[in-house]
Design a protein around this ligand. Structure first.
Ligand code: HEM
Length: 422
């Protein structure tokens, strides 16, 4: 591939009007703008709505390489800072709540140690045990609105399902789960809005998790937090702070992502009746392998994580021929990479039978999604149950009236109003 010099890059970008990024129209359908960047400015420096400047990486090959590049750190201390010298942190509210020491903010060797510890607790056995619980959750949530003939799929289905699942995984007692649901809801309702609301809910979650860790230490159960404490008692070190941050990152990473997987997938089916029929036929004949490949394709086509979490250059380096300075933030645009025509045939087409579908929806490298098996289980169970029980499910509003959340990292709908024959 030809190596672009910066001068050529600048000329190329300045000669053509750059699409407006992060506007309202962009949030509705970012794919054309990403396509333009991939072609004309594949490693593109932009000012984000927050005022911070960052590089956007949009080609599949560059994205995959950047995700696994050890010179790109996850630790916000490596950010050179914005014009006012403020470093960018990862998750809103985490710094003031003292929850910074988690997997998405750290590098090896700390990352290696913590990831090994949590992998021991987050076993395939634990995920497999979850299948009946996720099924029961999906059914009981549908039961609650099935008589009405209408629902908001985000608030009544996609939102509660993962929060209860994560509560069970962590070992949050059933009687506390509705409080947890409210705080987590506040955390995302305010996402992109006033920071105060997020910070307050993150602090509540932090206080609750500290108390829970304390209780589990005295009275362990068969849950992830107890396993983390047990593992740390066997010589591997996990501080109380690290345990709380671990529980928090699992909540943060596993919650809104799963909401979006369910919401974006249902939305994709409403827009593509042919593929929807392919899916419903597979559900009817119990074709598990097609259902699995469908969930992977839905992740590639319109996945929950639009942009991977922040990375910072620890030294001067090049991505796709573009020089990046030490301290610069690098954002890998998974949504753009996963529609790269150099990697995927007819990338803008949803094809549930697609083979050779090595998408980057779960990331790549050492930060590859820890919860991918659980996410697959939740996504498959939710979609299968929904379209089996409500076969004539349809949008009850004009698609043009749907609103997407405005955040930088995640891509998902605010609401998804539907109707069906009760
Ligand atoms: C990391 C996607 C569900 C836990 C990641 C990353 C992506 C991702 C792209 C890497 C971020 C980066 O490198 O910047 C997704 C998607 C999901 C999903 C698309 C749903 C469909 C879950 C669930 C859990 C989870 C259900 C846990 C219950 C994590 C954790 C990390 C992570 C802990 C950090 C891993 C590390 O840094 O070592 N996920 N995720 N995710 N995910 Fe997921």
């Amino acid at each position: 591939a030809p190596v672009r010099t910066s001068a050529r890059y600048r000329r190329q970008v300045n000669d053509t009007p750059t699409p407006e990024l992060f506007s309202w129209e962009f949030a509705t359908d970012p794919y054309p703008a990403y396509g333009w960047l991939r072609e004309h400015a594949p490693v593109h420096r932009t000012e984000l709505p927050s005022g911070v400047e960052a590089w956007l990486v949009t080609r599949y090959a560059d994205a995959r390489q950047a995700l696994a590049d050890a010179r790109l750190s996850k630790n916000p201390e490596h950010h050179a800072g914005d014009a006012q010298g403020r470093a960018k942190t990862g998750i809103p509210g985490e710094r003031s709540a003292g929850l910074m020491t988690h997997l998405l903010n750290i590098d090896p060797p700390d990352h290696t140690r913590l990831r090994r510890l949590v992998s021991k607790a987050f076993t395939p056995r634990r995920t497999a045990l979850f299948a009946p619980r996720v099924q029961e959750l999906a059914d009981s949530l549908i039961d609650a609105f099935a008589e009405k003939g209408e629902a908001d799929l985000i608030h009544e289905f996609a939102f509660p399902l993962p929060i209860y699942a994560i509560c069970d995984l962590l070992g949050v007692p059933r009687e506390d789960q509705d409080d947890f649901r409210d705080w987590a809801g506040m955390m995302i309702r305010h996402g992109g809005g006033p920071r105060g609301g997020v910070a307050r809910s993150v602090k509540k979650i932090r206080a609750y998790l500290s108390e829970l860790i304390h209780k589990k230490r005295a009275d362990p159960g068969d849950d992830l937090i107890s396993d983390l404490i047990r593992a740390s008692d066997h010589g591997e070190h996990l501080t109380e702070n690290e345990a709380a941050a671990m529980a928090f990152v699992i909540l943060f990473a596993g919650f809104e992502t799963t909401i979006n997987l369910i919401g974006n997938s249902a939305h994709a089916f409403f827009r593509d009746p042919v593929q929807r029929t392919v899916f419903q036929d597979a559900v009817e004949r119990g074709d598990g392998s097609l259902i699995d490949s469908a969930v992977e394709e839905l992740l590639r086509f319109d996945g929950p994580v639009e942009i991977a979490t922040w990375r910072y250059a620890t030294e001067g380096l090049e991505i796709g021929g573009q020089p990046i300075r030490k301290g610069d933030p690098v954002l890998v645009v998974l949504a753009a990479a996963d529609r790269d025509p150099e990697r995927f045939r007819s990338p803008d087409t949803l094809d549930l039978t697609r083979r050779d579908n090595q998408h980057l929806g779960y990331g790549h490298g050492i930060h590859y999604c820890l919860g991918a098996p659980l996410a697959r289980l939740e996504g498959r169970t939710a979609l299968e149950t929904l379209f089996r029980r409500l076969p004539d499910l349809r949008l009850s509003v004009d698609p043009a009236d749907l609103r997407w959340r405005g955040g930088l990292i995640m891509r998902g709908l605010r609401t998804l109003p539907v109707e069906f024959t009760p």
